[in-house]
Design a protein around this ligand. Structure first.
Ligand SMILES: Nc1nc2c(ncn2[C@@H]2O[C@H](COP(=O)(O)OP(=O)(O)OP(=O)(O)O)[C@@H](O)[C@H]2O)c(=O)[nH]1
Ligand SMILES: [Mg+2]
Length: 202
């Protein structure tokens, strides 16, 4: 008997929306492109702000969108622009998102100030939803801030988020961060209730 015809990948039976915010050049678009199982929808344009030109010529001006399947969960990933003048997009895109990745380029002169900026800005969202802080560009020779300093900052300011190192170009590392966030989302009590109130996406 040929069993192979009966073997199927488990189909996604639930869905989540997650959001990636973080500073310019931290790797939001790169991470979504690395991990997505569909062609990523992007909104790249020529960068104008000096900050945005630091690592690359283009910058996200609206949002990125990709999909990855984690076990039986279809994860819809939305990336936001890092340029401050487009940051209103994050408020719009965060609607219905069950969790957030805050991606920070460790090569910034003061990366802890950047973490502070994003955590304060999304404070309202983070009071109700889980987040992972993903620190990128850790391999750059000119980066000096260690993970322990991020841990210290989060502890001092009362943000109970996990912190992970990430090379946004590496699909497996990006997947691990998303898996961890999905795990945090699913262990939150009351998630089912939240999803049934309309946060579920398909
Ligand atoms: N060396 C190194 N390069 C990285 C790492 N992560 C991402 N990159 C590179 O850094 C750049 C990040 O660019 P994007 O992905 O466009 O950054 P973004 O966060 O979407 O930027 P905005 O849309 O402008 O906010 C790309 O050139 C990546 O290849 C890392 O950990 N180490
Ligand atoms: Mg981008």
């Amino acid at each position: 008997m040929n069993y192979s015809t009966n073997v199927q990948r488990p189909s996604a039976n639930d869905a989540l929306k997650i959001l990636i915010v973080g500073n310019v050049g931290s790797g939001k678009t790169t991470a979504i492109s690395a991990v997505s199982e569909i062609q990523v929808v992007k909104s790249e344009a020529k960068a104008t702000e000096q900050d945005a030109l630091y690592r690359k010529d283009t910058t996200t001006v609206a949002m990125d969108y990709g999909v990855v399947n984690i076990d039986t969960t279809k994860v819809h990933i939305y990336g936001t622009p890092g340029q401050r003048r487009f940051e209103f997009m994050a408020e719009i895109v965060s609607k219905g998102a069950a969790g957030m990745i805050v991606m920070i380029d460790n090569g910034y002169p003061e990366p802890l100030t950047e973490v502070d900026y994003f955590l304060q800005r999304h404070h309202g969202y983070l009071k109700k939803h889980p987040a992972i802080i993903a620190i990128t560009h850790y391999d750059d020779n000119n980066t000096e801030t260690n993970l322990i300093e991020y841990h210290g900052y989060l502890r001092k300011n009362g943000f109970p988020c996990a912190i992970m190192r990430l090379d946004a170009r590496d699909k497996h590392q990006v997947r691990r961060v998303i898996e961890k966030l999905c795990h945090e989302i699913k262990k939150r009590p009351g998630l089912d209730k939240e999803l049934s109130r309309g946060e579920k996406v398909s």
